[in-house]
Design a protein around this ligand. Structure first.
Ligand code: GRF
Length: 203
C-alpha cells in the first residue's frame, strides 16, 4: 500500500511510521507533505529517502479551499492508498476528507471521545483524570471523531505538568501509530489496544 503522511512540525510520529515501513511491511512511504515549508520533519523525511512536498497555508489566508487545492496536487501525484495525519495541525474541510474517506487516519493525543481539539493533556490534568493517552482513528468530517483504530492508555502521575504528560504520551504514540498502520495497511480495521505498563513496565 502507498502511504502519504501529512505533518506540520517535527514529525516524530512520521519518523516512526517511515522507519517501521522500511522493514517487512504492507505499506510503503511515498510522500511526506507539510502545511509549513519550514517543518523540521521535511528534512528528516528527505534524509530517509522519502519524497517531500509543502504548501504554505499562510499563503492562503482565509482561503481554506485554495490551500487544500494546492495540497491536493502533490498528494494525488503520489497516488496514495492511505493518508496518515501525524502532528498535522490544520483542520481539513469535509470535501477534502470525503475524497479520502475510509483511507485517511489520524493520531490524537487523548483517549477519544474525551478531549477532542487542543490542549488535551492540560484538560486531563485539570479534570483530575487518572489516565490519559492517545487514539488513532479514521478521519471523518467531524473533528477527532471517526471510528477508533487504536488506543494507548498512560497513567497521569501526581504533580504532572502538561509537558511531562505530553512527553509520556508521545513515547506511547510512537508505539501505537506504527502498530495501527501495519494492521490498517493489511486491511485489518480491528482496534489495537495498548497500555503503557505492557510497553514500559518501568512506569
Ligand atoms: C504531538 O503533540 C502529538 O501528541 C500529536 O501531534 C504533536 C506533534 O507530533 N500527535 P509529531 O512529533 O509532529 O508527530
Amino acid at each position: 500500500k502507498r502511504v502519504a503522511i501529512l505533518i506540520s512540525g517535527g514529525g516524530s510520529n512520521m519518523i516512526r511510521l517511515v522507519e517501521d515501513m522500511q522493514g517487512d511491511h504492507p505499506g510503503r512511504a511515498v510522500l511526506v507533505a507539510s502545511n509549513d515549508p519550514a517543518a523540521a520533519g521535511l528534512g528528516k523525511a528527505a534524509a530517509m529517502g522519502v519524497p517531500t512536498a509543502s504548501v504554505d497555508h499562510r499563503a492562503f489566508k482565509g482561503d481554506r479551499e485554495g490551500f487544500e487545492a494546492a495540497l491536493l496536487q502533490p498528494l494525488l501525484d503520489a497516488r496514495p492508498d492511505i493518508i496518515c495525519l501525524a502532528g498535522f495541525m490544520r483542520i481539513l474541510t469535509p470535501g477534502f476528507v470525503q475524497r479520502f474517506a475510509g483511507r485517511m487516519i489520524n493520531i490524537h493525543p487523548s483517549l477519544l471521545p474525551k478531549y477532542p481539539g487542543l490542549h488535551t493533556h492540560a484538560r486531563a490534568i485539570e479534570a483530575g483524570d487518572a489516565e490519559a493517552g492517545a487514539t488513532v482513528h479514521e478521519v471523518t468530517p467531524d473533528l477527532d471523531s471517526g471510528p477508533m483504530l487504536g488506543q494507548v492508555r498512560v497513567p497521569v502521575l501526581p504533580g504532572d505538568t502538561s509537558e511531562a504528560l505530553a512527553a509520556r504520551v508521545l513515547v506511547q504514540e510512537h508505539r501505537l501509530y506504527p502498530a495501527v498502520l501495519r494492521r490498517y495497511a493489511a486491511g485489518d480495521r480491528s482496534p489495537v489496544l495498548l497500555t503503557a505498563t505492557e510497553l514500559h513496565p518501568g512506569i
